[in-house]
Design a protein around this ligand. Sequence first.
Ligand code: HEM
Length: 498
Amino acid sequence: MLKGLALIGTGIWLLFVVSKAYAGRQRLQNSGFTRRYPHVDTLFGIDLLLQVWRDFHRGQLAEGMRRRHERYGETFITTELGSPCVYTIDPENIRTITTSQFEDFGKSSWVGEASKHVGAGILLNQGEAWKQSKTLLKPIFAHSTFGDPVLVEPHFQQLAATIRSHGGRQVDFQDLAAGFMLDTVSDFLFGSSTGCLDAGVDSSEAEHFLACIKAFEPPSGMFMAVGALAWIELLPSYRRLIRVVNGMKSFFANRLDAIISSDGTGCVQSSSGTSCFRMMKTIGVPVAQIQAELKNIYFASFDTSTALLSNVVEILASRPAIQQRLRDEIAHLGDQAPGRNDLAKVRYLRYVILEALRLYSPVTSHSRRALVDTTLPRGGGSDGLGPVTIAKGTTIIWSTYALNRSPKHYGTDWAEFRPERWEELEGRCSHFFMPFGSGPRICMGQQMAQAQLAYVIVRLLQNFSAIESSDSRPFREAAAVSFYNGNGTLVSLRSQWR
Ligand code: HEM
């Protein structure tokens, strides 16, 4: 009897899934797109998902997307588990989604799942909740000290000491960058460093946290790439994943407890100015909400900044001519740490950072989901430049990796790392160069991130006379959320004059 019921239930469910997929295919056919992905499996689109899965494991997730755009055009429609999914690198479409029709699009469905674990805050919130987070954090970020040269210096000193302790031998700079960034971000969020790079401090808790983060990178990258299908591969390691997630959660809970108990009011003075925690506590934000916001800011800032710093160090190490030109540019400073004004004048460094944000940007793609039936300006008509209709529930994915490699915007030498191109491009590229996103949800830390990066690069060049690569393999995309070298950033840094 039970067996019979189960069979009937499964039959009804299958019927529902197939009819939903069929309706999705009808919608797809009526949507007016000029270009369609040539699916083998036109009902569910499993073929493309499997391709994405393979790309992810081969370290070619972003590159796979670029190749598909090269083949199928700037905007094309696909089906993903029976629902329409649009890929676009047309800046007109991207601006429409992020800016002019902002209210029509929400974040993709994985965000709801992530929010259950991370907490509801600025990065993961949507609608009214996001507006409230933004109103709360805007003045806090305006007073923030994250990228302030004077306040980064103590953390840089720890980084330099750690590098020296390796005596010029090979290091994986990603590990050092992660320790440096956790120290700085913790200072910014909680008002105290984790001391990851401080030899005199017991940082075992922070190191455990970093290990959890590292273990969580591949599964979260896979989720972002193939969605719920990732469970097929991850289910056997479910218990281990839960331990990793709990390890990350308890790090935040413990740090907050430590801060609150360190002073009766819960308002501690940051060692580097005023912390986000202190500013929120002072205006009476409940502790649970503070914790969720801090975690959201952490997830927005730590991984992206760690990846970009590592990528820039790799660029310098593997391109001696660029490194030398930077050394020449800052030679007038001698050993003196640069101030804000000095950093504003180092033009070539700015171009190097912009070029790094073009070819080695930590964020390679974005996605949104249509909240209502709506339109996009490009993708239809005989030439693909006419409007298209977008059904509610459609996922739109735009690859900044592919956009940043488009010959249309960067010419035939788009693959070359050539900072000089920014002499021409800077100031007239904002409509197609968006490494920090665009519209109301643009990165809130973009100035801080760039200021901090510029400072650290200048200080590394001042403190180490040679930064050399010890890895001749080509850059390989890591199986992770952010874009960094899956082989590690293997470099040696020496200070011969010391
Ligand atoms: C190189 C470093 C960074 C890169 C490439 C980067 C990139 C981005 C991008 C592309 C977004 C938009 C995400 C979307 O539209 O869904 C974003 C959002 C955000 N970023 Fe960054 N980010 C960086 C560093 C930082 C830092 C250092 C902070 C804070 C100190 C920060 C705070 C935020 C916040 C709070 C948001 C959410 C904004 C919102 O949804 O309203 N980011 N970031």
